[in-house]
Design a protein around this ligand. Structure first.
Ligand SMILES: [Zn+2]
Length: 277
């Protein structure tokens, strides 16, 4: 089943796209358009709908927040349509030359990412005729992720930094320590609207991100304590009363799971102590 919705808020046009082969989509993703700038390109499975929605707009630059397939899935056709430059971080440009493999669940939900060699590196700022966006490194969920901060309006486009107050699963490659650092960096900025790529918060965005930080810090603290006491990941999960989303874990072949959250902390702690020695 396909889902497509749109809304306008201030100068921001938001497009939401979802796809799932059996029934209502479990996950959706947003594409944003502001004053000639298109932020991300949606998933491959919604290509026709994305092109239909975005075609009437006067896009003169595209920005890719990170390489994941739900953000980069329609970059090629949109570049062909608008003939405009695309910008992203240096790490994203490299990853997009040969996107890493994805799990079956990601394929079912989003469709694959296609390699793209026509992206230019920009890590400082983007200008449109009316706005100026400062690019902020926010690694953790993905190593190449950048957020966009518009100081005058108090907008922060956070890509996949927030998603929800309490996260229920992680990809294998995510780093919680980096994510915590990134959120602390973003909270230094003066903003109220949090334009998350999966869950935009139009009012009180800062408070929601603070809540997310508290959740992650608490989770990290508890896992690192149990890990320090010698407990393996499986027993840490039990001890914290965490429940695995078995369907998701099964359908993703373990790429998405609660256990990945625990393992991420263990990895970050080992790297931290490795450095300290
Ligand atoms: Zn992502």
């Amino acid at each position: 089943m396909k889902l497509r919705k749109t809304f306008r808020h201030d100068a921001i046009q938001a497009f939401q796209f979802g796809y799932w082969p059996w029934g209502k989509p479990r996950f959706t993703v947003f594409v944003y358009y502001i004053d000639g700038l298109l932020i991300d390109t949606g998933q491959r499975h919604m290509r026709r709908e994305v092109l239909e929605s975005v075609s009437p707009l006067a896009v003169d630059q595209i920005f890719l927040t990170h390489h994941h397939e739900d953000h980069s899935g329609n970059l090629g056709p949109l570049q062909a349509q608008f003939g405009c430059p695309t910008y992203a971080s240096a790490a994203c440009v490299e990853l997009m030359k040969k996107p890493p493999p994805i799990s079956w669940a990601q394929y079912l939900s989003w469709g694959k990412a296609t390699a793209n060699r026509s992206i230019q590196v920009e890590e400082k700022q983007l200008r449109t005729s009316r706005f100026q966006f400062e690019l902020i490194p926010i690694p953790g969920h993905a190593p190449d992720m950048l957020g966009l901060y518009e100081a005058q309006r108090g907008w922060f486009f956070s890509a996949d930094l927030f998603i929800s107050d309490y996260i229920k699963f992680y990809l294998r490659s995510e780093s919680m320590a980096q994510q915590i650092e990134s959120i602390r960096r973003v909270l230094q900025l003066d903003f109220e609207q949090l334009w998350c790529s999966h869950n935009p918060i139009r009012r009180g965005g800062r408070r929601r991100l603070e809540r997310k930080l508290a959740f992650l810090e608490d989770f990290y603290g508890r896992v690192s304590q149990l890990h320090g006491a010698g407990q393996p990941a499986a027993s840490i999960l039990r001890e914290l009363g965490l429940r695995e989303d078995r369907f998701l874990r099964w359908i993703s072949g373990g790429a998405l799971s609660v256990e990945n959250m625990v393992r991420s902390v263990v990895r970050d702690e080992q790297a931290h102590h490795g450095r300290a020695q």
